[in-house]
Design a protein around this ligand. Structure first.
Ligand SMILES: Nc1nc2c(ncn2[C@@H]2O[C@H](COP(=O)(O)OP(=O)(O)OP(=O)(O)O)[C@@H](O)[C@H]2O)c(=O)[nH]1
Ligand SMILES: [Mg+2]
Length: 377
């Protein structure tokens, strides 16, 4: 992992959420629950949460002076050594909060970047994350602070990074280098794709919806499954046999999340390009999740962002062993032409999902008998 992002492993985190007036209470709660899971995934233990409703955040500290005092007190009581804001902070706000409270402050974006950095396994995913981190740092951290943070030597677990290198390689040059490496990988990927003859089905959806589990059971493969957010960063493609006796490629993708850092979406564009070029999308959703409609909004927005809105799609309501899909089906019947209900874990609904995939894909080309065939028979 590139060494620039705080390593929050084994830290005691106090979560702070400022609800800006127009946000609904339910959405805010969903986002806070998610921040808790993200912190847990990053290895930090959540020791408390503070929320506040504000009409307008302040430019200097994001929160007002009264709330700032309350945060300081809560840190003392809970012995927190990390504060995670659910909101996106400016570098000035982070700096001011750091100095005033005397405890490391990070925001949701930085937390997500850290998780991505730890999860990325393939060279491509690692470069993509590195690029996102560099872009985040360049855009957020004022020059004077950059040196300070790097000299701190936080989280030196990256692919070949030392504080010396970090100080000496100007970030912009490193961004250019990362982009170049990525381009080479992408070109290779595109060349391989050109030769693909089987139809491509892409699994997309909110993080933790069950995409990898579904890929495993559809293909009897072994993708990494975990009840953590962002289990999959390195996409896997498997062959799945359909009831109409043809094979298709099914590819797993990185999960989406609300407020996914823009740099990350941009960096993962090459991986996600596969989604926009797919013949069919399986939009996997966790039927049992209270925030399912929000999740689908995020998925739709992300698909729009990566130009994949025109690809035919099936909404796959997963985890029906945990919740009855009836209500959700009613709600989304108008939005999605095709809905399949499955339980990847209990292997329910798989046959009809495969049938739906087969009927949604363009029919296989009819093989014409070669010329002279009659004579030969
Ligand atoms: N009860 C139940 N749990 C499921 C089902 N499918 C998946 N899960 C669980 O949901 C969790 C997430 O599953 P994954 O397959 O890793 O989800 P994902 O969408 O690939 O997640 P990311 O890679 O993080 O985006 C795991 O704990 C799975 O065991 C299901 O049908 N029923
Ligand atoms: Mg996965």
């Amino acid at each position: 992992m590139p060494a620039m992002i705080h390593n929050v492993t084994e830290e005691r985190a106090l979560l702070v959420q400022v609800v800006v007036a127009r946000r609904s209470r339910q959405e805010a709660q969903g986002s806070l629950d998610e921040l808790r899971r993200l912190s847990d995934t990053a290895g930090a233990r959540v020791v408390g949460t503070i929320t506040q409703r504000l009409r307008k955040p302040t430019p200097s500290f994001f929160v007002g002076q009264g709330k700032l005092a309350e945060i300081k007190l809560a840190c003392e009581h809970t012995d927190a050594n990390l504060i995670v804001f659910d909101n996106e902070l400016t570098s000035v706000q982070v700096n001011n909060l750091d100095l005033s409270i005397g405890i490391k402050v990070i925001d949701r974006t930085e937390l997500i970047l850290q998780i991505f950095a730890r999860r990325a396994k393939s060279a491509e995913a690692q470069i993509q994350v590195e690029l996102a981190q560099l872009q985040y740092l360049v855009s957020r951290i004022p020059i004077s602070e950059k040196q300070q943070r790097f000299q701190g030597g936080i989280g030196m677990r990256g692919p070949g990074e030392s504080p010396f290198q970090l100080r000496n390689a100007p970030m912009r040059r490193r961004i250019v280098a990362a982009k170049k490496k990525l381009k080479t990988i992408q070109e290779r990927r595109r060349r391989t794709r050109k030769h693909r003859r089987l139809p491509l089905v892409a699994l997309v959806g909110y993080t933790n919806a069950g995409k990898s589990t579904l890929l495993n059971v559809l293909a009897s493969a072994n993708a990494y499954v975990d009840d953590r957010l962002f289990a999959t960063l390195d996409t896997k493609t498997k062959i799945v046999h359909l009831p109409d006796d043809r094979n298709v490629l099914v590819t797993d993708t990185v999960g989406f999340i609300r407020n996914l850092p823009h740099g990350l979406v941009a960096s993962f564009r090459s991986t996600l390009e596969e989604v926009s070029e797919a013949d069919l999308l399986l939009i996997v959703a966790d039927t049992s999740h209270a925030s399912l409609p929000d999740h689908l909004d995020v998925v739709t927005a992300t698909l729009r962002d990566i130009d994949a809105m025109n690809v035919p799609a099936i909404l796959v309501l997963n985890k029906i062993d945990k919740a009855d899909p009836g209500g959700v089906m009613e709600e989304f019947r108008g939005t999605f032409e095709d809905i399949s209900c499955v339980s990847a874990v209990k292997k329910r609904g798989l046959a009809s999902l495969k049938k739906a995939i087969a009927s949604k894909l363009p029919p296989p080309p009819v093989l014409k008998p070669a010329e002279g065939w009659k004579e030969l028979v």
